[in-house]
Write a protein that binds this ligand. Structure first.
Ligand SMILES: [Zn+2]
Length: 302
């Protein structure tokens, strides 16, 4: 079942609901699509996991960044069909989490999948990919940097070290001054540090500082999970200045935790000593205790 609608007046935003019947449960899988620029070749598709970016290239098909949870590939594909006849040719996965790679399985085998080498390694041993042959897994990997396509469709992939996981990719669209940061920048607040997948609270600020220092000319950013405002094209969302502030926040967080550790404070007392709310009033601190613990463990070599 395919249903489309327009949000607001002069918009190209679309909602696609795909009703999937499985067993006795019926799940309504709805995604929303909004353009990010007046030229309308970059879109964000939200719902069903992490944000998906869709770049409609001149002649090379549609490039997707991330594919949401398993079962959400079809809603992505149907949404893309609303804006172009070009097929999806390339998928970039920003990291290994199931809410960013699960939809890979819904795409034909001739769609190339690209990810950081550490992400590809982790995906091979996780559900739903393990034991499924090569279906939905990266065909091509990179270590530090990889450039795809050219001209205004150029895409630069960067890996600057551990953070959210050990295989986080920053996806830059230099021709249009935009970037997708995946869950390295998922929320405006304390990040999720997935230690089991190689994430590091100690390396996180270094990784963010390298992003800020190394990448130029980006005005706007697609975050992993911050909800987009309504309207299409989206006018105000996360910017490069937000990334710079987020890097400072994570540096300040680590500096404070290191100082608390040196002072012999407990995790609870280290959280109380953070004192970041005055400098970052809009930031959520819900993962503060977990992140202090993760950093304490890491500093202890555990
Ligand atoms: Zn994630």
């Amino acid at each position: 079942m395919l249903r489309t609608m327009t949000l607001g007046g002069l918009t190209t935003a679309a909602l696609v609901a795909l009703a999937v019947t499985g067993g006795t449960a019926q799940e309504d899988r709805t995604v929303a699509m909004q353009s990010l620029d007046v030229r309308e070749n970059l879109y964000v598709i939200s719902g069903g996991g992490g944000h998906t970016a869709a770049l409609v290239t001149e002649n090379d098909g549609v490039v997707l960044v991330d594919t949401k949870l398993a079962g959400w590939g079809q809603p992505i594909l149907k949404t893309v069909l609303l804006i172009t006849d070009q097929p999806v040719t390339l998928i970039i996965n920003t990291h290994t989490h199931g809410d960013h790679v699960g939809g890979n399985l819904d795409f034909p085998a001739n769609v190339e999948i690209v990810a950081h080498e550490a992400t590809a390694t982790r995906m091979r041993s996780m559900a739903p990919f393990a034991g499924a042959g090569a279906v939905g897994l990266p065909d091509r990997t990179f270590t530090d940097r990889l450039t795809l396509l050219q001209g205004k469709d150029q895409i630069d992939l960067y890996h600057f070290g551990a953070g959210h996981t050990d295989g986080d990719t920053v996806v830059v669209f230099p021709g249009i001054g935009m970037a997708h940061l995946g869950d390295l920048f998922a929320v405006m607040g304390t990040p999720y540090i997935d230690v089991a997948n190689g994430g590091s609270g100690v390396a996180y600020p270094d990784t963010l500082d390298r992003i800020v220092a190394s990448i130029d000319g980006i005005r706007r950013v697609i975050p992993g999970h911050i909800p987009p405002p309504t309207g299409s094209p989206i006018r105000d969302w996360t910017t490069w200045a937000n990334v710079e502030e987020y890097a400072r926040f994570n540096r300040d967080f680590l500096d404070s935790v290191r100082a608390s550790k040196a002072a012999g404070r407990s995790v609870d007392d280290a959280v109380a000593a953070l004192d970041l709310q005055t400098r970052y009033p809009s930031y959520t601190m819900d993962r503060a205790a977990a992140n202090v613990q993760a950093i304490y463990d890491e500093l202890d070599g555990r």
